[in-house]
Design a protein around this ligand. Structure first.
Ligand code: NAD
Ligand code: MG
Length: 380
């Protein structure tokens, strides 16, 4: 098993659960990073004694340097700091940052020959082609952390190397607003959208779950990770979040991966793959699992889902546009500047109205992302 890790985004929901896994497995943590939450980062530094800590905001990095002056941890800031962390000599990097700001660090980690336990879906949506080409070129592993993709990856361990997968059945909880009509969603509040029925996650992805943008991003993520035609990925709403996804073979046999909705299972599997170790997650109690329900997804009401499918069909930089537009719209909704339904309208309209071509390099992706962000701001 690997001995040490670095963690991009260690103060978030996936980041803190990653440190819980590292604590349980007794892994050395070489580097930690946060956007600006230095109090929690300081606690993590004092516990894990990393060589490096990166705080994206320079002013906060300065504050942290003073408060941990008694330790030997070096503190860096900005994108340069994130790139230094990503290029270090750890056995594996856990990418638990939120947003496509993780793209350049991901490419840097791949170029340095490191395997990545990968949660940061926005990066793969925006820069899928660049990332997957780099993965092939450097022969590294992109090990999925997202629960659905971990489930598919776990099921694929039982598949022969030949192409016998007919489709991927990507499960979705449906979020807090499953079954609601557009009319019923007109006035929903940020608090209502943040109340996810099954998972406790960071604010951005919780809103993405409510709009079903999360499932749209995940279709694109799965298409890249598993080299699958998006038309062969079917979203199945499964309200209980016990089945984390399935694969269907050519003979119509279906394999599923099940477990409690707790991210520490997929995080740990990505870190210890192909081995398995005991985890702190509870066993499934089959006697309490009275039923499992399944429905189709409503991409007429949940427009983000349709917009992501359209972006993937258009190809090139359109997924980067959908993602960039959503990163801004999601933030504007949380800041109470736009309504819940505006998110779907803005993402759809960005995909329909912005002209972009294919991605030749990182700058192309960054330009498409910027165009999408500016477009959303110009519409409100
Ligand atoms: P979060 O908001 O809880 O945490 C995000 C982390 O990224 C924090 O540590 C934050 O400080 C850091 N960060 C953000 N911007 C940064 C920047 N510019 N520079 C440096 N650090 C920065 O988010 P999360 O819920 O942990 O999600 C992280 C990623 O994992 C997202 O891509 C999300 O879609 C994905 N994911 C999350 C879950 C979950 O259960 N939380 C499940 C599946 C996938
Ligand atoms: Mg998921």
């Amino acid at each position: 098993m690997i001995k040490n890790i670095s963690v991009l985004g260690s103060t978030g929901s996936i980041g803190t659960q990653t440190l819980d896994v590292a604590r349980n497995l007794g892994l050395q943590v070489n580097a930690l990073s946060a956007h600006s939450s230095i109090e929690l980062l300081e606690e993590q530094i004092r516990e894990f004694k990393p060589r490096l800590a990166v705080v994206f905001e320079e002013a906060k990095a300065k504050e942290l340097r003073l408060s941990i002056a008694d330790t030997s941890t070096k503190v860096l800031s900005g994108m340069d700091g994130l790139l230094e962390l990503s290029g270090d000599d750890s056995d594996l990097m856990v990418n638990a940052i939120v947003g496509m700001v993780g793209l350049a660090p991901t490419l840097e980690a791949i170029n340095s020959g490191k395997d990545i336990a990968f949660a940061n879906k926005e990066t793969l949506v925006a820069g899928g082609e660049l990332v997957m080409n780099a993965v092939k070129e450097h022969g590294v592993k992109l090990l999925p952390v997202d629960s659905e993709h971990s489930a598919i990856f776990q099921c694929l361990q039982a598949a022969p190397p030949s192409k016998v997968i007919k489709k991927i059945l990507l499960t979705a909880s449906g979020g807090p607003f499953f079954g609601k009509t557009a009319d019923q969603l007109k006035d929903v509040t940020v608090e209502q959208a943040l109340a996810h029925p099954n998972w406790s996650m960071g604010a951005k992805i919780t809103i993405d779950s409510a709009t079903m943008m999360n499932k749209g991003l995940e279709i694109i993520e799965a298409a890249w990770l598993f080299d699958t035609d998006p038309d062969d990925i079917e979203v199945v709403v499964h309200r209980e979040s016990i089945i984390h996804s399935m694969i269907e073979f050519t003979d119509n046999s279906v394999l599923a991966q099940l477990g409690m909705p707790d991210m520490r299972i997929p995080i740990q599997y990505a870190i210890t793959y192909p081995e398995r170790y005991p985890s702190p997650v509870a066993e499934l109690d089959w006697t309490k699992l009275s039923r499992m329900t399944f429905y189709s997804a409503d991409d007429t009401t949940f427009k983000c889902l349709a917009a992501c499918k359209k972006a993937m069909k258009k190809g090139g930089l359109y997924p980067a546009v959908a993602n960039g537009a959503n990163e801004v719209a999601n933030r504007l909704f949380r800041d109470r500047k736009i309504s819940f339904l505006d998110i779907g309208e803005l993402v759809t309209s960005a995909v329909d109205n912005i002209d972009v071509t294919s991605a030749a390099c990182l700058d192309d992706v960054l330009r498409a992302d910027k165009a999408a962000r500016e477009y959303v701001y110009s519409q409100i």
